[in-house]
Design a protein around this ligand. Structure first.
Ligand code: F6R
Length: 618
């Protein structure tokens, strides 16, 4: 859950590294650092706090160089201190940045200590720096080119590591190159004109190039100004495909918004429309939306098992209602970190669906591997990041087209996941013979209208911002929903706690009287998602239970829900009821409520404390 970037050029690369790290801050933001190397030596600057603080320190020290690496950290091994910040240096000669976790770091540390290496940090990463240095010194046969030795030392060292890593390394002894390695964490090489780069993701280098090579598991690479060589896990030189990324600089910039989260909330009509484009263009729900072989695979599916974490898990919970009701298939949804450690029942004909914005969440990836090991034959990934690990490990793929999501709290990724899952539901329903052409046309029409309805819900922002002022002083909040809207209550509570740090819980409204009602008093705001569906009357009774105990109700209703404002009951109406797609519409107000409450409390909305966007650790 860290971000790494490296560059070799004829120009000063420090601004490239700093800008790259700022774009990678979503991956971790407790400390950062850069190192540069030339024949005179290796220098580094590190700071705890944000990249901007490290940038100032680098400027004050007149940092310049044509070869450099940088890192932004989310602490795992060792506290948030300058000594634990990357780059780590071995013997003043070699600097390294690392994303991932080395599992056998303790054994390696003992071994390196015995060889005379001293450790300055508590990190697993410092072990790798010394290990490469050790192999570099070992390979010091007279006449051996130091550049070749650096690559060979990296290749030897990674074979002695267990765990996950993306690494970039430079050395005073070989100031004409960077070397890097990938296993279990993303890493790509950027190809420029007379300059080349390495980064955790393309956003870090898009200002310099869009031509990228995604390294594969076990790959190492040597990056020089004049060219790049890639080697597979057996150290054989290989050719990897060059991709031209379509990430635009504008998509990575704030524009007129105060925060990325706000921008991303407002991008949802566009993001949903883009995700639905293929279905709308062909005028129907074809299995091929999920890959060329999808028809054959999905036709034989007899059930669905969804695996995901956090917000993506809530998208899965929503999909269960759709899949069972529309496609008539049994569907289970499980938190990936639980599934991977339990003796789960596996029916090989049940489709495994993983949902992940980042495509690199470790628990989801491991759950996918575990499902395959249990005998599941068919896997499908719903993901927002092309070429990321989870879709690459899946048989079928549907990419949501939300565009880069930078705010740590997921927003547009969630609603586009819902859009993709709804398409999957209708495809499965057709293959099961449960969705006739007329019904299919009806669903398509509802999807066509969806971006417009989301826009209407966004127009409620001023009213929701007024509510947020009242929430800002609260310590706790309850979210209630029923049926399809229970997962949206969960998502609303997660958004609020994540970015405003108000303790929030969600319950299916019918469950209130079985315990949580004990929490309700005049200090407890209760948010109710109450669209005009067949459970509305039930929800109204649950609301009475809250009111009778003095709880203050904040109700998100539909235009036609037939509610009246009264003492202690505040109502905001979203556009008319959107049928089965109503959860998508009702997500917007809970996102806006969390955003404006966090704004009123003055928290760091895009980078909430203790969190990071890509969770590549257990
Ligand atoms: C919440 C949030 C997280 C992620 C979770 C899974 O706003 O963003 O709960 O949803 O960490 O991440 P992905 O979807 O990347 O697998």
């Amino acid at each position: 859950m860290c971000g790494i970037v490296g560059a070799i050029a004829d120009r000063d690369v420090v601004p490239v590294l700093v800008e790259g790290l700022k774009r990678l801050e979503y991956r971790g933001y407790d400390s950062s650092g850069i190192a540069i190397a030339d024949a005179a030596g290796v220098r580094r600057v590190r700071r705890t706090g944000r990249v901007a603080e490290m940038e100032q320190a680098a400027a004050a020290e007149g940092f310049r160089g044509t070869l450099g690496i940088g890192h932004t950290r989310w602490a795992t091994h060792g506290g948030v201190t300058e000594a634990n910040a990357h780059p780590h240096i071995s013997h003043g000669d070699l600097a390294l940045v690392h994303n991932g976790i080395i599992e056998n770091h303790e054994q390696q540390r003992e071994r390196l200590r015995a060889l005379g290496y001293a450790f300055e940090s508590q990190t697993d990463t410092e072990v790798i720096a010394h290990l490469i240095h050790h192999h570099m010194v070992q390979g010091q046969a007279p006449g051996t080119d130091p550049g070749r030795r650096l690559l060979a030392a990296l290749q030897a060292a990674v074979k002695e590591l267990t765990g996950a890593y993306a690494l970039a390394v430079l050395s005073r002894a070989a100031p004409d190159r960077l070397v890097c390695a990938r296993m279990g964490c993303p890493l790509l090489v950027g190809l420029g004109e007379g300059e080349n780069f390495v980064a955790s993701d393309v956003s870090a280098i898009v200002q310099a190039t869009r031509r990228v090579v995604f390294l594969e598991e076990g790959d190492t690479a040597e990056i020089r100004r004049e060219g790049v060589r890639v080697f597979d896990a057996g150290d054989r030189e290989v050719r990897r495909e060059v991709h031209v990324s379509d990430v635009s600089l504008a998509s990575l910039e704030l524009g007129p918004y105060r925060h990325f989260m706000q921008k991303e909330i407002h991008e949802q009509p566009r993001a949903i429309a883009d995700t639905l484009e293929a279905a709308i263009d062909v005028g129907g729900f074809e299995a091929e939306l999920f890959g060329a072989r999808a028809g054959e695979v999905l036709r034989g599916v007899t059930g669905v098992q969804i695996l995901a974490c956090g917000t993506s898990y809530y998208a899965g919970l929503t999909a269960r209602y759709w899949i069972e009701a529309i496609a008539g298939l049994p569907c289970s949804v499980e938190i990936a970190s639980e599934y991977r450690y339990r003796d789960a029942y596996a029916d090989p004909d049940h489709l495994i669906v993983t949902i992940s914005q980042s495509g690199e969440t470790l628990d989801t990836m491991e759950a996918l591997k575990y499902a395959k090991s249990l005998g599941h034959r068919h896997t499908l990934s719903i993901c927002n990041v092309p070429e990321s690990a989870i879709p690459r490990a899946s048989g079928l793929v549907c990419y949501t087209r939300a565009g880069a999501e930078i705010g740590v709290a997921s927003t547009k990724a969630f609603t586009t996941q819902l859009a993709a899952l709804f398409q999957l539901t209708v495809v499965l329903g057709k293959l099961q013979g449960r969705v006739a052409p007329e019904r299919e046309a009806g669903y398509l029409e509802q999807l066509r209208r969806l971006p417009g309805s989301v826009q209407h819900a966004l127009n409620l922002e001023p009213q929701i911002a007024a509510w947020a002022e009242r929430f800002a002083g609260k310590h706790n909040a309850l979210f209630l929903g029923r049926g399809l809207h229970y997962p949206i209550a969960l998502e609303g509570a997660l958004k609020l706690k994540e970015i405003s740090y108000i303790h929030a819980e969600a319950y299916p409204a019918g469950e209130l009287k079985h315990g949580p009602l004990a929490l309700v008093d005049a200090a407890m705001p209760v948010v109710v998602i109450a669209p005009n569906d067949r459970l509305l009357e039930k929800v109204k009774s649950n609301m009475q239970e809250v009111r009778a105990r003095g709880g203050e109700l904040f109700v998100f209703a539909d235009q036609d829900s037939n509610f009246t404002q009264s003492e202690g009951v505040h109502v905001i109406r979203t556009p008319r009821h959107a049928g089965v797609l109503s959860p998508v519409i009702h997500t917007i107000p809970v996102q806006l409520l969390a955003y404006h409450t966090a704004l009123a409390r003055g928290t760091d909305v895009d980078k909430p404390r203790n969190l990071a966007k890509s969770v590549t650790v257990e």
